[in-house]
Design a binder for this molecule. Structure first.
Ligand code: AMP
Length: 121
C-alpha cells in the first residue's frame, strides 16, 4: 500500500518518534504549525474517523493524555489543540490526530531540541 504513514510505521521513512506502543505511534509533524506539533496514528491502517473502531480511538486518546502531560512538563506548553481531518480536508489518508501545542509567548526551538525534550526517557 502506498501510504506514507504505513512506511513510517515500517521504518522505511524516518521520523522523530516521540511515543510508541503495540498499537499506536506518535511522531513530530514534518511541517509544524507550532513547536512540538505531533501526529498520533494507529499502527493498523485505517482511513479516518468513520472507519476506526472505538477500541483504537481509546488507545489513541490514552496517548494524547500521555503526550499532553509530557508537553506540559518538557515544553512548558500553555495549551493544546487536537485536530483530526477527514475527507477533502485530510491530506494523508491514514487516520491521524494532530496535537498542536499552544504557547502564550513565542517559542524558538529547533526540531532536534524538541525531539530531545519530548522523546521517551
Ligand atoms: P492532514 O492529512 O491534512 O491532516 O495532515 C497531514 C500532516 O502530515 C501534515 O501536517 C504534514 O505536514 C504531515 N506529514 C506528511 N508527511 C509526513 C512525514 N513524512 N513525517 C511527518 N509528518 C508528515
Amino acid at each position: 500500500m502506498d501510504c506514507v504513514f504505513c512506511k513510517i510505521i515500517a521504518g522505511e521513512i524516518p521520523c522523530y518518534k516521540v511515543y510508541e506502543n503495540d498499537d499506536v505511534l506518535a511522531f513530530l509533524d514534518i511541517n509544524p504549525i507550532s513547536p512540538g506539533h505531533t501526529l498520533i496514528i494507529p499502527k493498523k491502517h485505517t482511513l479516518d474517523i468513520s472507519s476506526v473502531d472505538n477500541e483504537t480511538i481509546t488507545k489513541i486518546m490514552d496517548v494524547v493524555r500521555i503526550l499532553r502531560t509530557r508537553m506540559e512538563n518538557k515544553l512548558n506548553i500553555d495549551g493544546l489543540t487536537l485536530i483530526q481531518n477527514n475527507g477533502d480536508a485530510q491530506e494523508v489518508k491514514h487516520l491521524h490526530f494532530h496535537l498542536k501545542p499552544y504557547y502564550k509567548d513565542e517559542k524558538e526551538l529547533s526540531v532536534e531540541e524538541i525531539y530531545n525534550l519530548l522523546k521517551e526517557d
